[in-house]
Design a protein around this ligand. Structure first.
Ligand code: FAD
Length: 389
């Protein structure tokens, strides 16, 4: 049994860490976030928030702020790489799944989440290196030699999670030899506007996703997936530069709209695409994982941050309902609800088949409401036994 107001330490102030700090603060918990970085930088990348995560962001209180800055695409549009033929288009009016579909700069999303977490709750320059637990409060050990204690710990420390390796054991994420180039740039560098949707152009062995990131369409983003040698050294930061001429060559023969975007783009970044198979367990005692730390996925369904944000709502609900009771039980309930859904999303993301033409049912993914889904059932999207057979 624990106190009615347990202290909760969150390791990592990325999308998932900030989202769970916000949901737990809202639920009245005593929260502290430990982040290894010295400051929050503005990483040049876009991010899509589909209605499933927008519902959580609405509950956190940042929807209005995001609507003001973000671009609302007309549709989720999938086209053939050279002819431009439409493979599958899903118009995304707000009433379809009860929340908007917004595309934005990654930093605008992070800023919005940070606005819901008072700065005095966040400790920067705190790189976690160790955890000790023996049934009572957990001790966190940091690289600077300092320690902290908390009644429970949430590892939201991303795909290279230290918390994960401490509680599940060390291993390496899977790199299947795919590279993502990406760039955010001034849309006025293009001679004309692009289609006002979020468009994925599907080539035989590569693709590119393009969208505006600002409501006034002044900024454009693209992200690719192309094969590259699996021994390419995986950068640990988002700052590795790519060669824009190599990028243009990789998309030679693509539709003129794609080539116009790549010709206008002044420079780009690149990094290896990493994923993992589902983990056997997300928690050990009073330590639990969230986001990429437990279910890293390829970005092909645009659900990595979204599922981290969903996790945040569900974990706060489980802890709030267990207040004064078992933290360990709350963690098991959270995992039982969430893992079937995130495992399915990991598998579809890995196969890169989502909306590629067929008639995928999108309601289980975008219609899920993490604030109201029944916690004692697997979350929408769980693979039913007969479907899995
Ligand atoms: P992160 O955001 O990686 O945050 C982890 C944090 O933990 C970091 O701040 C890090 O500094 C900190 N940290 C790490 N180790 C330690 C330590 N030892 N001690 C203290 N702090 C530590 N998702 C979407 O939903 N929509 C998209 O459109 C989308 N597009 C994507 C495009 C690309 C190319 C890629 C690669 C990913 C994309 N994603 C998208 C996925 C999304 O970026 C991730 O899933 C999301 O950032 C995961 O959030 P997180 O909080 O779990 O991890």
């Amino acid at each position: 049994m624990t106190s009615a107001n347990p202290s909760i330490a969150i390791v990592g102030a990325g999308m998932g860490g900030m989202a769970v700090a916000a949901t737990l603060l809202q639920a009245g918990f005593d929260v502290r976030v430990y982040e290894q970085a010295s400051h929050f930088g503005r990483i040049g990348a876009g991010i899509q928030m589909l209605p499933n995560s927008m519902k959580v962001l609405r509950g956190i209180g940042v929807e209005k702020r995001l609507r003001e800055v973000a671009f609302a695409p007309y549709s989720h549009l999938n086209r053939v790489w050279d002819t431009g033929e439409v493979k599958r288009e899903l118009p995304m009016p707000e009433d379809l799944y009860g929340a908007p579909f917004l595309c934005m700069h990654r930093a605008d999303l992070h800023d919005a989440l940070a606005s819901a977490v008072p700065m005095e709750r966040i400790e920067l320059n705190k790189k976690l290196v160790g955890l000790d637990q023996d049934g009572g409060p957990v001790t966190l050990r940091f690289a600077d030699g300092s320690t902290a204690t908390a009644d429970a710990v949430i590892g939201a420390d991303g795909v290279h999670s230290v918390v994960r390796s401490l509680i599940v054991g060390p291993d390496k994420p899977i790199h299947r030899g795919r590279i993502a180039y990406r760039a955010v740039f001034d849309a006025s560098l293009m001679p004309k506007a692009i289609t006002p949707s979020r468009t994925k152009w599907w080539g035989p062995d590569r693709h590119i996703v393009i969208y505006y990131t600002r409501a006034d369409r002044s900024e454009l983003y693209f992200v690719t997936s192309v094969p590259e040698a699996a021994d390419w050294v995986t950068p640990e930061s988002w700052s590795a530069k790519g060669d824009v001429r190599e990028l243009r060559a990789a998309y030679e023969g693509f539709h003129e709209e794609v080539r116009m975007v790549l010709e206008a783009c002044p420079d780009c970044h690149k990094w290896a695409i990493l994923e993992r198979d589902p983990l056997p367990s997300w928690s050990s005692g009073r330590v639990v994982l969230l986001g990429d730390a437990c279910h890293p996925m390829t970005p092909y369904m645009a659900q990595g941050a979204a599922t981290s944000i969903e996790d945040a709502a569900v974990l706060a609900r489980c802890l709030a309902e267990a207040r004064g009771g078992s933290v360990e039980g709350a963690f098991r309930r959270y995992e039982a609800h969430r893992k079937p859904r995130t495992s399915r999303i990991q598998a579809i993301s890995s196969a890169n088949t989502w909306m590629s033409g067929g008639n995928d049912d999108t309601s289980w993914l975008y219609g899920y409401d993490a604030w109201n889904a029944p916690l004692d059932e697997p979350a929408a999207g769980a693979i039913l036994p007969q479907a899995a057979a």
